[in-house]
Design a protein. Structure first.
Length: 241
């Protein structure tokens, strides 16, 4: 299991919300990324929370600055809508890109991305919301817009089209600090053939231990527990020794 810091950004500020809404400013992304790196984080996931919604890319310069001093894998997401965007992200210093909205609009884009840049470079970000018993739906635009797709069908599609990893974020749990969405993870775990990262809901070490116990091959991405100093990175990493 890897310990991954999730950093959501809006207008150059690190932000945190609940259910991807009600965003609160946390601080300067360069300072926060450097702090997590110095404290031993394994990977960093940086998401522009409004880039796809507004059709823009604002973080390439930020990634350039960050990667001058940060030497762990960095994934950049938000606003990745073309092969040129992927090229710019990688040239800026990102190791991988996270794709959500563009893939939902054009699944064949994943095939083109993998063909051009390699499977290990492409992560699909799934923002899932429960809509009925044992049924979840992937959303786009950082949890703002329904797709009317079935989550299981969507996971099968992205694995057929190609991707190196899957980030599964529970909209219902995100920012609540009440624990990861175990029902959601259980529902999809058996069909996922790619490395899986789960996000949304972590509030203490017990929540991470539960994921580790139930799903030994799953990694966790955490935000609130780091942003609000609830947990130290060293405490989390000791669970995986």
């Amino acid at each position: 299991m890897r310990t991954i810091a999730r950093i959501d950004i809006k207008n150059q500020d690190v932000i945190k919300g609940i259910n991807l809404e009600g965003l609160r400013k946390i601080g300067n992304p360069e300072n926060i990324v450097k702090e997590y790196y110095l404290n031993g984080i394994d990977e960093i996931l940086i998401i522009d929370s409004v880039a796809s919604l507004y059709g823009r890319n604002n973080l390439f310069d930020l990634i350039k600055n960050i990667t001058k001093e940060i030497f762990v894998p960095i994934t950049l997401g938000g606003g990745i809508r073309s092969l040129k965007d992927i090229e710019n992200a990688l040239n800026s210093g990102a190791d991988k890109v996270a794709i959500n909205s563009k893939a939902l609009e054009d699944p064949d884009f994943l095939s083109k991305a993998v063909s051009s840049f390699g499977e290990s470079t492409i992560l699909v970000n799934i923002e899932a919301k429960k809509i009925s018993e044992e049924r979840w739906e992937p959303y786009k635009f950082c949890g703002r817009e329904k797709t009317n797709l079935n989550l299981i069908d969507w996971i099968n599609t992205i694995q057929d089209k190609g991707c190196g990893e899957i980030l599964l974020t529970s909209i219902d749990k995100e920012g609540t600090e009440t624990g990861f969405d175990i029902d959601l993870i259980t529902n999809v775990h058996e069909i996922i053939k790619k490395p899986l990262i789960v996000s949304g809901g972590c509030g203490n070490l017990n929540h991470i231990q539960e994921v580790k116990k139930r799903f030994k091959d799953v990694s966790v991405a955490v935000a609130s527990v780091l942003h609000y100093k609830i947990l130290k990175i060293s405490e989390i990493k000791k669970l995986f020794l």
